[in-house]
Write a protein that binds this ligand. Structure first.
Ligand code: HEC
Length: 154
């Protein structure tokens, strides 16, 4: 009789109970079974997160950048010129004409380079280097309007 009880006890101690306890311990350990990143990896992840946050803010700032507004009472041709500028030119020359892929055009630069607006029109119509031709994209009126915008507003 006593031997049987002893046998049962030893089974509980060394067998089933031991395994169960291990299982419970693993369940309560939040890191059990999940490989932890090395310190180097987590530092790289922190840096990546920082870069992503900065990139998102830069993109938001770029999306908000607008072409300079028109003075009150500006005529319809200038309104059209600003629309054409925003839609067709700002991506390369910068929303304010300060330059980008294309050269700076603002603060009187086009007046200096092209005293005769017809010379400026020729570049827009025909293109030049990496500047695309707009003769089949914009009407003569739109080109005239955007030229006025670059000369009078930028
Ligand atoms: C895809 C980019 C791109 C777009 C879009 C673009 N341009 Fe350009 N633009 C350029 C580049 C590049 C140059 C320089 C060309 C060269 O001389 O090699 C340039 C040059 C010019 C010049 C001559 C500048 C100088 O200093 O002589 C004018 C004027 C100009 N662009 C006006 C415009 C206008 C107006 C629009 C919109 C209708 C426009 N561009 C759209 C890229 C672009």
């Amino acid at each position: 009789m006593s031997q049987r009880v002893g046998g049962a006890r030893s089974v509980v101690r060394s067998g089933a109970m031991g395994v169960n306890l291990k299982g419970v311990k693993n369940l309560t350990d939040p890191h059990a079974g999940i490989p932890q990143p090395s310190r180097l990896t987590s530092r790289a992840l922190t840096r990546l997160r920082f870069v992503l946050v900065v990139a998102v803010f830069a993109l938001a700032a770029a999306a908000c950048a607008e072409a300079p507004p028109l003075p009150e009472g500006a005529d319809a041709q200038l309104v059209e010129g600003r629309n054409v500028w925003q839609a067709r030119c700002a991506t390369c020359h910068g929303p304010d004409g300060g330059g980008g892929t294309g050269p700076r055009l603002n603060e009187g630069r086009v007046l200096e380079r092209y005293p005769d607006p017809a010379d400026q029109a020729a570049i827009i119509e025909n293109g030049q280097g990496n500047m695309p031709s707009f003769s089949s994209v914009l009407t003569a009126e739109e080109i005239e309007a955007v030229i006025r915008y670059t000369r009078e507003i930028l």
